[in-house]
Write a protein that binds this ligand. Structure first.
Ligand SMILES: Nc1nc2c(c(=O)[nH]1)N[C@H]1C(S)=C(S)[C@@H](COP(=O)(O)OP(=O)(O)OC[C@H]3O[C@@H](n4cnc5c(=O)[nH]c(N)nc54)[C@H](O)[C@@H]3O)O[C@H]1N2
Ligand SMILES: Nc1nc2c(c(=O)[nH]1)N[C@H]1C(S)=C(S)[C@@H](COP(=O)(O)OP(=O)(O)OC[C@H]3O[C@@H](n4cnc5c(=O)[nH]c(N)nc54)[C@H](O)[C@@H]3O)O[C@H]1N2
Ligand SMILES: [Mo]
Length: 750
């Protein structure tokens, strides 16, 4: 615990720690602690760059001391899902979980155990590592593949660049003359602390900023010179039409294409219509995207002639049906304009997560690599998935895994439905799966069907209500950990501020308790501090060898080690400067606009060059007659997903609404603030309408993460978006949160 300013008289200390609470901000906190109680939370006011906290972090006192925090272990007493529980001891909780894990393993085999841990805090130790290690030692378990956030982006990056580490640091935006925010709203979604700071400075420096988004976002309002509305799920069409203009007007950076890329000609044949008789002209794209042909052509010319230009490909448009094609098309466009590997340009890889430092850490945290975890025996002997590119890496592509969004389908269908096993036990940590995964009603059906569910939680969430056993877990204010991030890079220690509240425990403590109850003696031979020291040293070795202030002891005091920031980091600079010495990580060593690996799959839904493929539940789907509005589900300023939705300071700030265009509202007799029912064949939810010109006609938006809240007649009154979404995954794995058709009507009851 850091102890930078201690006064004997007041018994007050300030603990420096870091918050990385699933928004990817990664900010510094100065936590005032008096007599073991957090009295105030301040943030970085030290030397530049400062990593200043947002509204969620500054409200954390209300989360830490929330009256509704889970206080002790509990077991279910009523029917599953009803939310009735009874207090039990930790010993009883450990033995119950241990018995159930062993019973299911011995009866059905270890693959029947599904363990999922999302990244509720983007840390390394108290994430999936402890349970992963335990379950691997106990015979294995079924794990999940697919990043909910940006699997489509990762697929595209791996296919095209051979790596998912494609981002420059945000301070490089200061070198851009044109910035295209494509489906990107960092004023709200943070995606590295300080991103908006660099955008404002870039604007001051004269960069032109354009937003392409179905909504006039806060980022567009604050930074953009122009807003181009576009129908959801159609971005690949607009990018490909931009390519058409760049090709036909001879604006390609041909020297770049010749030297660094593979297969551009095949893409050109598709764009010009040589392959399929459909030239992908701006007029062709106007019909699909709703963006004017003249605007598309103008933006294409501007992008090709204003160098350097940064096309920032947001991950929201990638969370759609065939979202991976959008990401492949964006990368291709940045290659055509020669903007890769240069200062002020952009690889057009996904907008977030592909940073050399933080991205690497997130991958490590996800794989549990840092707890020296053994291999998962359930995955031994299974080949790689057939729908994954080789660059995706051996530990994420086993065909023994199931997709992150498909636990429900896998539970309901099991082996007879083609899944690797029948699934009987769910162990869920760091996730509000019922609330956050597509098609809530189907998830609920599946959660009723399994034999046992254990949930590690801080609150009585929708998922917690389905638990047979609830394990209260502490918050990052109550434990130590390691994290990294920032628009300019840093890494640091999460330093414990106060002792665990109530009977809550850390992820590692819980796993240790279960291991003991299972009789696994050699589960853990290190103290938490030893693990953390090892993590810091491992990370330091790679990124900050011998640099002053980067060691464990200093981090205990200061929390952060800020990398010296004399020069922005530019992704792929080495490749562009010396290709022979630094080939791209693809099979050909070049940027693969055409991928032979994809060609070999011979799957028209995953073509070797990027293509526009019309989405299911798009505007032309016959279903649109009944459900004519396209639903998108953005991330909210007041939450990190479903986290913080129960925090009064934040709830007061922003009301959960459905954004609907004035024309669509008028046609339905809906006025500002009226309660409306948003529905389709999968579900419904009732919430107030925000009637606004800030969303284009034909599209509605319900910010994701609002807590499910069924009234007596079973109608959700919380505005929980996933009652409406479809649990289909895109062929490249994109998690389709922004592909669903709905109807809206005025809610007449009450
Ligand atoms: N405050 C806050 N910050 C967060 C999070 C949070 O919950 N709250 N979550 C974090 C996490 S885990 C993630 S993955 C990221 C998510 O970050 P993003 O995916 O970038 O966030 P979204 O708000 O879902 O979408 C960004 C923009 O894409 C637009 N959009 C949606 N569909 C389409 C489309 O088809 N085409 C185009 N062109 N635009 C579209 C939306 O209108 C929105 O303005 O944010 C992180 N940061
Ligand atoms: N419709 C729609 N659905 C979406 C999305 C969307 O854009 N639209 N976005 C998707 C994306 S990108 C993501 S990443 C997922 C997120 O999905 P999840 O990761 O499942 O969402 P969270 O709401 O962050 O849930 C984390 C839960 O873990 C609990 N928890 C348990 N232990 C801890 C702990 O140690 N620390 C913390 N902080 N919490 C703990 C928290 O209380 C909380 O309930 O949602 C996905 N779902
Ligand atoms: Mo995410």
């Amino acid at each position: 615990m850091s102890d930078t300013s201690k006064s004997a008289e007041t018994n007050e200390r300030i603990v420096r720690t870091a918050c990385n609470s699933h928004c990817g901000g990664a900010c510094m906190l100065k936590v005032h602690v008096k007599d073991g109680v957090v009295t105030r939370i301040e943030t970085d006011d030290g030397e530049e760059p400062q990593f200043r906290a947002c509204l969620r972090c500054r409200s954390f006192r209300q989360r830490l001391y929330a009256p509704d925090r889970l206080r002790y272990p509990m077991k279910r007493v009523g029917p599953r899902g009803e939310g009735k529980f009874e207090r039990i001891s930790w010993e009883k909780a450990y033995s119950t979980v241990a018995q159930e894990l062993m019973r299911v393993r011995d009866t059905y085999g270890p693959a029947s155990i599904v363990f999922f841990c999302s990244l509720a805090d983007i840390h390394v130790l108290h994430t999936m590592a402890p349970m992963h290690r335990l379950l691997c030692m106990a015979g294995g378990y079924t794990s999940l593949w697919g990043f909910m956030s940006y699997e489509g982006g990762v697929f595209a990056e791996c296919a095209t660049y051979g790596t998912a580490m494609t981002n420059s640091t945000r301070d490089d935006l200061l070198n851009s003359r044109l910035i295209i925010m494509w489906g990107w709203d960092p004023a709200v979604t943070i995606q590295r602390c300080n991103t908006p700071y660099y955008l404002s400075r870039a604007k001051e420096a004269g960069a032109r900023i354009v937003a392409v988004d179905p909504r006039y976002t806060d980022s567009a309002a604050t930074f953009a010179d122009e807003w181009i509305p576009i129908y959801p799920c159609t971005d690949a069409a607009m990018l490909i039409a931009m390519a058409y203009v760049i090709i036909t007007e001879n604006l390609c950076d041909q020297a770049f294409l010749n030297k660094y890329t593979l297969g551009f000609e095949k893409f050109r044949d598709y764009v010009l219509g040589i392959e399929d008789d459909t030239p992908k002209t701006p007029a062709w794209a106007e019909v699909i995207t709703g963006a004017k042909a003249t605007t598309i052509a103008r933006l294409a010319r501007e992008y090709a002639t204003t160098k350097p230009a940064a096309l920032i490909a947001g991950i929201g448009p990638g969370r759609t049906a065939y979202g991976e094609q959008y990401h492949r098309a964006a990368i291709t466009l940045s290659a055509m304009t020669g903007n890769i590997g240069i200062s002020g340009g952009s690889s057009a890889g996904r907008s977030w997560g592909g940073e050399h430092w933080g991205g690497e850490m997130a991958f490590l945290a996800r794989t549990g690599g840092r707890m020296g975890a053994p291999r998962n025996p359930v995955e031994e002997g299974w080949s790689a998935r057939r729908d994954t590119v080789k660059a995706r890496g051996a530990n994420t592509n086993s065909s023994a895994k199931i997709n992150v969004g498909q636990i429900a389908d896998a539970v309901l269908k099991g082996k007879s439905g083609g899944y690797p096993a029948d699934y009987k036990l769910l162990y869920l940590a760091n996730t509000n799966y019922v609330n956050q995964i597509l098609n809530t009603n189907k998830t609920i059906e599946a959660f009723k069907a399994v034999e046992f569910i254990a949930v590690q939680e801080q609150f009585m969430t929708a998922t917690a209500k389905f638990a047979d056993l609830l394990l209260p877990v502490n918050t990052f204010f109550e434990r130590d950990d390691f994290t990294s991030g920032g628009a300019t890079p840093w890494y640091g220690l999460v330093n414990k501020s106060v002792e665990s509240l109530h009977e809550s425990k850390s992820h590692l403590e819980i796993a240790q308790g279960i291991a003991r109850a299972m009789g696994i003696k050699d589960y853990n031979d290190k103290t938490e501090e030893e693990w953390l020291k090892g993590i810091v040293e491992g990370y330091r070795e790679v990124f900050a060898k011998d640099s002053e202030g980067s060691d464990y002891e200093t981090l205990r005091e200061k929390a952060l080690y800020k990398f010296p920031t004399d020069k922005p980091y530019v992704a792929f600079r080495e490749q562009i400067e010396d290709l022979e010495k630094h080939p791209f990580h693809t099979p050909s060593g070049k940027i693969e606009i055409y991928s032979q690996e994809l060609a070999d799959w011979n799957n028209p839904e995953l073509p070797p060059v990027p293509k526009y493929i019309e989405a299911w539940e798009g505007r032309n789907d016959p279903l649109a007659k009944e459900y004519p509005l396209q639903l998108i589900t953005t991330h909210s300023r007041r939450r990190a997903h479903s986290q913080f939705d129960n925090i009064p300071w934040l709830t007061e700030l922003i009301t959960q609404t459905v954004q609907i265009n004035t024309a669509d509202a008028r046609a339905r007799g809906v006025g500002k603030g009226d309660l409306v029912r948003v529905y389709n064949s999968r579900g419904q939810t009732v919430l107030p309408a925000e009637v606004t010109q800030r969303i284009m006609p034909g599209v509605v938006n319900i910010p994701e993460g609002a807590w499910l809240s069924f009234d007596e007649s079973g109608v959700d009154r919380g505005g929980s978006a996933n009652l409406l979404t479809k649990d289909a995954k895109s062929p490249g794995g994109a998690f389709c949160t922004n592909t669903a058709l709905v109807q809206v009507e005025k809610w007449m009851k009450e």
